[in-house]
Ligand binder design. Structure first.
Ligand code: CO
Length: 175
């Protein structure tokens, strides 16, 4: 089922999501609904709070590249209670967007790689190093679990510059 998204200006986006205590059928359904919602909105990542559910769950669709440099989307991945660590010192600046902040895209600096520990949908432990754009997707979604948005990672100057556009979204999508 496609779930309704919440948008910038909704205070829920600023809350810290809680750990999933048990991966019961309801949580599993939420995970599948999140993937459906992400795909329906042409997104490559979604955090549960973006559909108004304050759980530490993120889903992503990795943006991958063929040998010819053409990008394509991989299979959806689910991470429950993710914990990120060991960010690389190397960083990269690339354009990002967010389904909760429609149509705005800005360059964001993030580490190139990160380590993630999480549970999969069967409750099995995931522990791996993630590199490249997929790492960025995971870091963006993980930020949502702590009430952080990608626009918070812009310079103060840039953030001020985009304030009118943010105000417009706030008014258009929240009434
Ligand atoms: Co987002």
């Amino acid at each position: 089922m496609i779930l309704p998204l919440i948008y910038y200006g909704n205070n829920l986006l600023r809350t810290r999501s809680g750990k999933v205590k048990q991966i019961d059928p309801e949580i599993k359904q939420l995970c599948f609904d999140m993937i459906e919602t992400m795909d329906a909105n042409n997104g490559v990542g979604l955090a549960a709070i973006q559909v108004g559910k304050p759980f530490r769950i993120i889903v992503i669709r990795p943006v991958l590249e063929t040998e010819n440099g053409e990008s394509y989307l991989g299979d959806a991945e689910i991470y429950i209670n993710p914990v990120l660590s060991n960010p690389s010192e190397n960083t990269e600046i690339l354009s990002e967007g967010c389904l909760s902040i429609p149509k705005l895209h800005f360059d964001v600096e993030r580490p190139v790689s990160i380590h993630i520990e999480a549970l999969d949908i069967n409750g099995d432990k995931i522990s791996k190093e993630i590199i490249g754009f997929k790492a960025r997707e995971i870091m963006h979604e993980n930020d949502h679990l702590n009430g952080v948005l990608f626009i918070d990672r812009l310079s103060a100057k840039k953030r001020k510059e985009i304030e009118p556009a943010l105000k417009e979204i706030k008014e258009k999508f929240n009434n």
